[in-house]
Design a protein around this ligand. Structure first.
Ligand code: C2O
Ligand code: CU
Ligand code: CU
Length: 458
């Protein structure tokens, strides 16, 4: 270790299919101070066959190495920055100590080029999470700094295969170089979509699954923009977890809109016939577009019929009767943005409660959007007063979605809620984790052009 991308691809090609992302455990044998080392640096990767893309990588890989830890244990990661620009790592979805949340200026100074920082935190919940920088996010995430963080259940969940699938688009020219990561025109609308869709860094791959085996499929949308409507068409699969968090009663998947930053865990029984395939689709209206497929390979497994449910995470139950209600309106600013004194245009297209904040620096931290009292229950009324979807994400918390004027809600736990256009939704949580917590849209261009704020819990 580290595994280079070349080795990763070689493995992938040799086996025809990759079954998992490379699992990169780097224990510092001298001191045993950390479980993983993540070294961020620019490195070329091959996304379009035969071309080279100037990516940003962790340990030479994009997408980044898969990290695994067990629920209730600490994860210790030494982050070394050799990107040539400041960075941090944020652990998306973990109910984490504020000091480890990886937000520049708000929770830690940015880690400068040549510096390192040890992230050391407890993982109280099991599930499919992920990690990414929170500095210069548009460039750093577009160039590939996104990876999966899997927190395994305290007791093995009983699957024959655990398949981690990282979905990311790249916006590339034919020679592998990047096109501009953003345009004002798109930033003011749904955001800029990539033109090369990848699954664990590969285009339309086929993953081998054990014939007749019980498969857990962890779909993780690490893209900056895209909303996938994930579907297996007619192949039966159970929804086990939404955005990392197990649901109490699994139900059959029809399709699930999964915005930037969101996840979907499915359970399915692989086809019993060797060679048979299951296709995973992105549904668009009447059409289904293939993302990747699973293919059954010979396996000596007992016949599986029942798909187990996962244990629900220990999220404190909101005390709705005593809750305080806070309102948040997400809307389009729609004003022309003047150039700054240096001639650069700092576009502001989006606002939360009439305030746009898109640019983070030491001297540019506004007041929190709300101040919450530690231990109290809050209901947030979210109103998307815009004609575009927004995956709204809150750091440091897992909240419960309790209502919507657009769809029927069976309350569920999540860290990111995809608001449809003009939707009003209600979320609730116990403010039990003190600190300043980012609260933003996960369409990175929306965040960078105003749709960002934070709440303070004290
Ligand atoms: Cu993945 Cu600030 O978030
Ligand atoms: Cu986050
Ligand atoms: Cu948005």
């Amino acid at each position: 270790m580290p595994i280079t991308r070349r080795q990763f691809l070689a493995t992938a090609i040799a086996g025809v299919a990759v079954t998992t992302l490379p699992h990169c455990t780097l224990v510092d044998s001298d001191t045993d101070d950390y479980d993983y080392v993540l070294l961020a640096e620019p490195a070329p990767v091959e996304i379009l066959p035969g071309t080279s893309t100037p990516a940003f990588t962790y340990n030479g890989m994009a997408p980044a190495p898969l990290l695994r830890v067990r629920q209730g244990q600490r994860l210790r990661v030494k982050f070394i920055n050799r990107l040539g620009q400041p960075s941090t790592i944020h652990w998306h979805g973990i109910r984490i100590d504020n000091a480890m949340d990886g937000v520049p200026f708000l929770t830690q100074p940015p880690v400068q080029h040549g510096e390192s920082f040890v992230y050391d935190f407890l993982c109280p919940d099991a599930g499919s999470f992920w990690y990414h920088p929170h500095v210069n996010s548009l460039e750093q995430m577009s160039r590939g700094l996104v990876g999966a963080l899997i927190v395994e259940e305290a007791e093995p969940a009983g699957f024959d295969q655990d398949l981690v699938v990282v979905l990311k688009d790249w916006l590339l020219n034919a020679d592998g170089s990047f096109k501009p990561f953003s345009s004002p025109r798109q930033a003011a609308r749904m955001g800029t979509l990539g033109n090369v869709k990848t699954v664990n860094g590969l285009q339309k791959p086929v993953f081998e699954v054990p014939a007749g085996g019980l498969v857990r499929l962890r779909l993780i949308n690490v893209d900056n923009t895209r909303v996938f409507d994930l579907s297996l068409k007619d192949y039966p699969a159970q929804v086990l977890a939404l955005d990392g968090n197990a649901i109490a009663k699994p139900y059959p998947l029809d399709s699930r809109p999964t915005g930037a930053g969101m996840r979907l865990d499915l359970g399915l029984v692989a086809p019993a016939a060797v060679g048979e395939e299951v296709v995973v689709y992105d549904r668009k209206g009447r059409f289904n577009f293939e993302i990747f497929r699973l293919r059954s390979v010979p396996a000596e497994l007992p016949r599986r019929t029942r798909i187990p449910a996962l244990p629900v995470n220990p999220i404190p139950a909101p005390q709705l009767a005593e809750a305080e209600v806070l309102n948040f309106v997400f809307e389009w600013e729609g004003a022309l943005t003047p150039a700054n004194s240096d001639g650069k245009v700092d576009h502001k297209f989006w606002m939360i409660n009439k305030r746009a904040w898109g640019h983070m620096s030491a001297d540019h931290i506004p007041a929190p959007l709300a101040e919450l009292s530690l231990g109290k229950t809050y209901i947030f009324e979210l109103h998307n007063a815009s004609p575009h979807e927004h995956p709204i994400h809150l750091h440091g918390y897992t909240f419960t979605v309790i209502g919507s004027d657009k769809r029927e809600i069976t309350p569920y736990h999540t860290d990111t809620i995809l608001l449809a256009k003009n939707e009003r939704a209600r979320i609730a949580f116990v403010a039990d984790n003190p600190g300043d917590w980012m609260y933003h849209c996960h369409v990175i261009e929306h965040m960078k052009t105003g749709l960002m704020g934070y709440i303070r819990v004290s």
